[in-house]
Design a protein around this ligand. Structure first.
Ligand SMILES: [Zn+2]
Ligand SMILES: [Zn+2]
Length: 389
């Protein structure tokens, strides 16, 4: 796939554009590249689709926030594999999607054109099932490596008896009397472009042009029943608390065989007993003994992939930060990996035996253990600096 353009650039708006500006910019682009105005022009069609995709993201506060934070990777690519996240995982929007989702933005400008150019065999599906939101709790190790979860989702599914149509059999229909079978009703109203004829989906038949006279007895004509589906969710490495991944088409089934809603997966982080996340970095507080601090040695620290041994240099101060490069979490957009920061603390024994006391007192008289005046008067900032040396 070609490099994706920035959505703000596609619509020609500023990063801080408000909803109204975005809508106006999209309307302008959609009219300019509308297939009715550019028949047979593949380039215009691509631009038309590109604008719809940009509008779909920027007009939705959730998606826009995710896009602002993670770029295109936050919308699709990162997930990889089948049934990717973000809604455009595959080859982008179809013309049918655009008209069914944003048809209203054109007002009556293109009149009947919007159905004719709806493309793809004159399908008139307009029902869409509702979205489902679920939470998934992940361990740091799952976040570090990415994980595939198989989850059973309770939702409405297509009725197996009627195949989702809601009708008892193929002959159980009659032409809709409200729209005369066209699936659309026309009304005259004042729009952005002046007085216009507006077509909208027929409320009686939902755009199918026909009504069921003999409903399916299992779903009572709805085409959907309560059920469940096991959904495989591929979660990319590096996701964070509160991130929402969208699995297209895995939400509730729609009435009468329409388009299913989406499954939105909200990421939750399970706390780790020894590691704290800070962006893509991890922080561990390590306690060492006074003697290790003085003489140096090794210590074991937890990482997301098990335990690691680290070297403690002789003369290590409390507060010293040891950096384990690349031992943090991978960036969700693939921009490298964070570090693990080990913050050293020194355990001071609170009780000493007589023998220990005698030995420490002996040490206290030695030259290296006398506090130099320069250190005594060091201010807090100088001391902080020395930790990071
Ligand atoms: Zn049924
Ligand atoms: Zn109708």
């Amino acid at each position: 796939m070609a490099e994706k353009r920035d959505y703000y650039e596609v619509l020609g708006v500023e990063k801080n554009a408000n909803a109204d500006e975005i809508k106006k910019a999209y309307r302008k682009a959609a009219i300019k590249y509308h297939p009715d105005k550019n028949p047979g022009d593949k380039q215009a069609e691509e631009k038309f689709k590109e604008a719809a995709e940009a509008y779909d993201v920027l007009s939705n506060p959730d998606k826009r926030a995710r896009y602002d934070q993670f770029g295109h990777a936050g919308m699709s690519g990162a997930a990889g594999g089948a049934g990717g996240f973000g809604g455009f995982g595959g080859g982008g929007f179809s013309m049918e999607d655009i008209f069914s989702q944003f048809g209203d933005i054109f007002g009556g400008h293109f009149g009947g054109g919007f159905r004719a150019s709806g493309g793809g065999g004159g399908s008139r599906r307009v029902n869409r099932g509702s979205d489902i939101r679920i939470k998934v709790k992940l361990t740091l190790s799952e976040i570090a490596n990415g994980v595939t979860k198989k989850l059973k989702i309770n939702k409405t599914i297509a009725c197996d008896k009627c195949g989702g149509s809601g009708a008892k059999d193929a002959g159980a229909y009659s032409t809709c009397s409200t729209c005369g079978g066209s699936g659309y009703v026309t009304r005259v109203e004042n729009t952005f472009f002046g007085r216009m004829q507006t077509q909208s989906v027929c409320p009686a038949c939902g755009g199918t042009g026909r009504v069921i006279t003999d409903p399916c007895d299992k779903c009572h004509g709805e085409g959907t029943v309560k059920g469940s589906e096991v959904v495989e969710i591929k979660i990319p490495a590096g996701v964070g608390e509160g991130m929402v991944l969208t699995v297209t088409g895995k939400g509730n089934a729609a009435r009468h065989g329409g388009i299913s809603g989406d499954l939105q997966v909200v990421i939750e982080e399970a706390p780790h007993p020894e590691l704290v996340r800070d962006g893509n970095d991890l922080i561990h507080n390590l306690n060492i003994t006074v003697t290790t601090a003085l003489l140096g040695g090794t210590a074991e620290v937890p990482t997301v992939d098990g335990r690691a041994k680290i070297k403690i240099a002789p003369g290590t101060h409390a507060g010293k930060v040891l950096r384990l490069g690349g031992k943090g979490l991978p960036d969700v957009n693939g921009y490298g990996r964070g570090d693990e920061l080990v913050v050293v603390d020194i355990t001071i024994p609170s009780k000493l035996s007589a023998e220990e006391k005698r030995l420490v007192e002996q040490l206290a008289g030695q030259p290296s253990f006398r506090q130099a005046d320069s250190v005594k008067n060091q201010n807090i900032f100088e001391r902080m600096k020395s930790f990071f040396r």
